[in-house]
Design a protein around this ligand. Structure first.
Ligand SMILES: Cc1cc2nc3c(=O)[nH]c(=O)nc-3n(C[C@H](O)[C@H](O)[C@H](O)COP(=O)(O)OP(=O)(O)OC[C@H]3O[C@@H](n4cnc5c(N)ncnc54)[C@H](O)[C@@H]3O)c2cc1C
Length: 328
């Protein structure tokens, strides 16, 4: 492969983080325009299944680096391997999921290659034969384009920035990198892993999200209980606005928006959320938005396909009762 877009596929216990497939499919589209191939980089212990998946999502080549002490992300060996993969594939772009791990890996690769980086990008496209990244600044009020002057373009891309592709029957090559991950040389040691809230539906993977905002302020505990009941009746993930998080009604991990998670569900039900630009930045790409708000002029109604102008304390339990009858 002469020119390549290299995409890091984040994994946990051999299972790829699904957002990376969105990025891989986007890379494929960009590769067609740039005349570049697409390579997926997988680092872990057992990445065989993920490698096959990467091919089905569009990788022409999978570069795999495996060792038992690479099972979990540790920056030092992962960055050394990614650097090796950049050289090996002749990468013109290195793309990673903008998770904490992807962000730090992308930044390290950019530093080591003296390359330009677009951190937390929300869009990628080709202009005049070169990659351009888009992201927002100033609280989501300004959209900027980032042009790269360096031969290598590095970007960390927010999950759900692109639609989830469907896997296809495809063929691709898997190449194993020889790695020396000498445990004594790795400074970071992992002593334990604990899954957070097993059983909870992940916001970024959810097809349906029910979110609550400051509209529950009259009785926050009751309000989020009602919003949570609607979410669990619908098999949905529970989201929130930043105002609700800042007020301590619900933990940060539920926050949707510019400084929270970016989501792209089929259905997003916003309960007592005004629709500030920073909230829309995280959920504006939902397929169908339903808003429940007692203020008919709330900006969220401009983005919602369906709206209920009413008190959420009345409407949300009514919806839960109706859905639980129909979804039995
Ligand atoms: C740098 C920066 C980053 C930010 N990042 C984020 C982010 O990631 N996510 C985010 O959400 N925000 C973010 N914000 C904050 C954002 O600007 C808004 O302040 C926030 O989204 C408002 O949350 P809200 O809609 O819940 O509250 P409000 O704007 O106060 O809206 C509450 C709504 O509830 C309605 N309501 C009240 N009572 C009821 C009731 N009983 N029944 C029905 N409706 C009712 C009201 O009419 C109102 O529309 C950010 C701001 C900045 C400056």
């Amino acid at each position: 492969m002469t020119m390549t877009i290299l995409v890091w596929i984040e994994q946990n216990d051999g299972q790829a983080v699904s957002n990376c497939w969105e990025l891989l499919a986007k890379a494929k589209e960009l590769g067609r325009e740039l005349g570049a191939g697409v390579a997926a980089l997988l680092i872990g212990n057992d990445v065989g299944a993920a490698a096959q998946q990467a091919v089905s999502y569009g990788a022409d080549l999978v570069v795999a680096a495996t060792a038992s002490n690479l099972a979990h992300f540790r920056l030092q060996p992962y960055a050394a391997i990614a650097e090796q993969a950049v050289e090996r594939t002749g990468a013109v772009a290195f793309l990673a999921n903008a998770s904490i791990r992807g962000g730090v890996l992308a930044a390290t690769i950019a530093c080591r290659h003296n390359a330009g980086i677009a951190a937390n990008a929300t869009d990628l496209w080709v202009e005049d034969g070169r990659l351009v990244a888009g992201r927002t600044i100033y609280s989501g009020n300004i959209q900027v384009r980032i042009h790269f002057e360096s031969p290598l373009a590095v970007a960390s891309v927010r999950p759900r920035s692109f639609p989830m592709p469907a896997p296809a029957d495809a063929t691709g090559e898997v190449e194993n990198l020889n790695v020396e991950a000498n445990e004594d040389d790795i400074r970071l040691k992992i002593s334990d892993f604990r899954a957070a809230d097993a059983g909870e539906i992940s916001l970024t993977d959810a097809h349906i999200i029910v979110s609550g905002g400051r509209g529950v302020a009259e009785d926050p505990q009751k309000g989020f209980e009602l919003v949570g009941e609607l979410a669990s009746t619908m098999g949905a993930a529970l989201g929130a606005s930043r105002a609700a998080v800042d007020a301590g009604y619900i933990p940060y991990k539920h926050q949707v928006g510019q400084t929270g998670k970016t989501v792209r569900p089929d259905l997003y039900i916003a309960c007592g959320i005004s629709g500030a630009i920073q909230h829309l930045a995280g959920m504006g790409n939902s397929k169908i938005i339903v808003a429940i708000n007692k203020d008919a002029d709330a900006p969220i109604f401009q983005r919602a396909k369906y709206g209920i102008v009413d008190d959420l304390f009345k409407t949300v339990p009514a919806l839960t009762a109706e859905f639980s009858k129909r979804l039995k």
